[in-house]
Design a protein around this ligand. Structure first.
Ligand SMILES: *[C@@H]1O[C@H](CO)[C@@H](O)[C@H](O)[C@H]1NC(C)=O
Ligand SMILES: *[C@@H]1O[C@H](CO)[C@@H](O)[C@H](O)[C@H]1NC(C)=O
Ligand SMILES: *[C@@H]1O[C@H](CO)[C@@H](O)[C@H](O)[C@H]1NC(C)=O
Length: 498
């Protein structure tokens, strides 16, 4: 466990409580955008830009969830236990529009259910964010996002403030350490432990599951791998998958929330390379739930409209103090820099074309003797961030920390927080087939444009900083915000009888 949080975390382990028997009928509507493969062009506030009545739930732009759930859960199976769990849009009217605050589901004994009240509030939040797209006069003591690094700074600001006011996360209390309620706090998967600990003691956590917008499955994939993985087993995936499956079965049997939405308002978080694969332990976890992943590889089933891309942040000393350097753009004699292992298909191509070819483009398998890696980054204008075996790498954040403009050479990658951040404004994206033209492309960027990108990188890095305790707009809050946004894109209709 993270030593800096030991005391507070252990005092948080409270006993469970009794969940009343509930008969739950759920309907899930995904309000998300039709999925787009490249995040730079998609927008994540579909209800912000278009009138709600335009939701095309019947037409060709069916949300991915619609298709997935129908495939995963044939309707026969749904009928078996008497619930109407379906995302088949043709079965019910389109969602009410923004001016109509109350959900359309029936009341019980003249009272609104918890879910109806919660959804009604979310509906007001959507309207508020939509109203804020052209600026909201709300003052913010700390920081007001502005400028072109955001798709829409005002909408983001408003949804961030609404998150601070309203967002409630229920963390299932079941599960024992070291695999649950625990995670690494140092090195490259540090974000797993960091997030779990910080969430468990944060004001966003609620102990009342009826008040929650989302439900967190508090396991660490990095620790499942550390404690369960046995390379000698014939099928070494099986025990690791079983842990996750058993956990979901446990909470789905004990509480009504998983079945109500088939996991759509549940989330998991993993930075480990095997996170995407282990999320397949339960088909609904993979297809419906919000998966916050470092390896946001769209070819591995990452769906930008429901999943969340989180940054991989290497923390040698369990915090990022001292890693964040001078962002100045002068005194950067090297045009581009890369040093790293040869794994994955992209790096060999990069080395083949650029290793020891050109003093302006410093590409190495290993950092040259007597040279520090971070010193090279602070001396370079551009830092090359190619995929390895996996799409995620800590290089992107290291580049931002050291004031080096990241050059992404990654297929199928959705960069972190691209729901609110316009990565094109502070990074360069180079397709794999353009690697031979790398120098030409970088030299084609004017000094003026370079300085602009570099300054924006210095502004945006606050969203990638790790703080203890967390600070507003830092990486902890940005991850939560991305999850909040996915929840806003989902509408649950339910009748609870409690
Ligand atoms: C909302 O619904 C009402 C009645 O159902 C309708 O009159 C109104 O035009 C709708 N508003 C929008 C923005 O679609
Ligand atoms: C949820 O569904 C599963 C199987 O479909 C069932 O075994 C479980 O009891 C249900 N949970 C609740 C709380 O009703
Ligand atoms: C992404 O996913 C695809 C499909 O599984 C895989 O071939 C590829 O190696 C993954 N990683 C990267 C870095 O592209």
């Amino acid at each position: 466990m993270c030593s800096w949080l030991k005391k507070s975390a252990s005092s948080m382990r409270l006993l469970g409580f009794i969940v009343p028997l509930m008969v739950v009928f759920g309907l899930v509507v995904l309000l998300g955008p039709s999925s787009s493969n490249w995040p730079f062009v998609s927008n994540y506030y579909p209800w912000t830009w278009s009138s709600v009545s335009n939701y095309n739930l019947h037409g060709s732009a069916a949300p991915p969830l619609d298709i997935d759930v129908r495939e995963a859960e044939p309707s026969v199976e749904n009928k078996k236990d008497g619930s109407i769990i379906t995302t088949d849009a043709s079965n019910f009217a389109p969602p009410p529009n923004a001016t109509k605050v109350l959900p359309s589901t029936p009341r019980i004994n003249g009272r609104f259910s918890n879910l109806q009240i919660l959804e009604a509030k979310l509906q007001r939040v959507r309207a508020a964010i939509r109203g804020a797209q052209n600026g909201n006069g709300i003052s913010d003591p700390d920081y007001i996002p502005t400028g072109s690094i955001y798709w829409n700074p005002s909408a983001f600001h408003r949804s961030y403030l609404e998150m601070e006011k309203q967002f409630k996360v229920f963390v299932y209390e079941e599960g024992e350490q070291p695999i649950f309620h625990n995670g690494p706090c140092g090195r490259i998967y540090a974000i797993e432990g960091n997030f779990i600990y910080k969430l468990e003691i944060s004001k966003f956590r609620t102990r009342n599951p009826k008040k929650a917008h989302v439900y967190f499955l508090p396991f660490s994939v990095a620790y499942i791998v550390r404690f369960i993985y046995d390379r000698n087993l014939h099928n070494h995936w099986l025990p690791m998958k079983q842990i996750i499956k058993d956990y979901v079965d446990l909470v789905a049997g004990k509480y009504p929330y998983w079945n109500r939405s088939l996991g759509s308002d549940h989330f998991m978080l993993s930075c480990h390379d095997w996170g995407p694969r282990l999320s397949k332990s339960r088909p609904e976890l993979f297809k419906n739930s919000i998966r916050a992943l470092c390896n946001a590889n769209t070819s591995e089933g990452f769906q930008p409209s429901k999943d969340v891309s989180i940054p991989e942040i290497k923390m040698p000393r369990r915090h990022t103090k001292g890693l964040i350097g001078d962002p100045s753009s002068s005194k950067r004699p090297i045009l581009a820099f890369f040093a790293g292992g040869l794994h994955g298909p992209i790096r060999p191509i990069l080395l083949e074309h650029w290793e020891n070819k050109d003093p302006d483009v410093q590409v190495h398998k290993y950092v040259p003797e007597g040279v520090s890696y971070s010193a090279m980054m602070t001396k370079s204008k551009y830092c090359i961030c190619p995929s390895g075996y996996e799409v995620a790498s800590p290089r992107i954040v290291e580049s931002l920390y050291t004031g080096c403009v990241p050059v992404l050479i990654k297929d199928h990658y959705v960069p972190p927080f691209s729901d609110v951040l316009n990565w094109k404004s502070f990074s360069v994206e180079i397709p794999v087939q353009e690697i031979p033209n790398l120098k030409k492309i970088l030299l084609g960027i004017s000094t003026r444009q370079y300085i602009r990108m570099q300054r924006r990188g210095a502004t945006v890095r606050r969203h990638f900083e790790v703080n203890l305790p967390p600070k507003r707009y830092d990486v902890f809050h940005m991850i939560l915000h991305s999850i909040w946004l996915r929840r806003l894109n989902l509408r649950l209709h339910g009748v609870e009888d409690s």
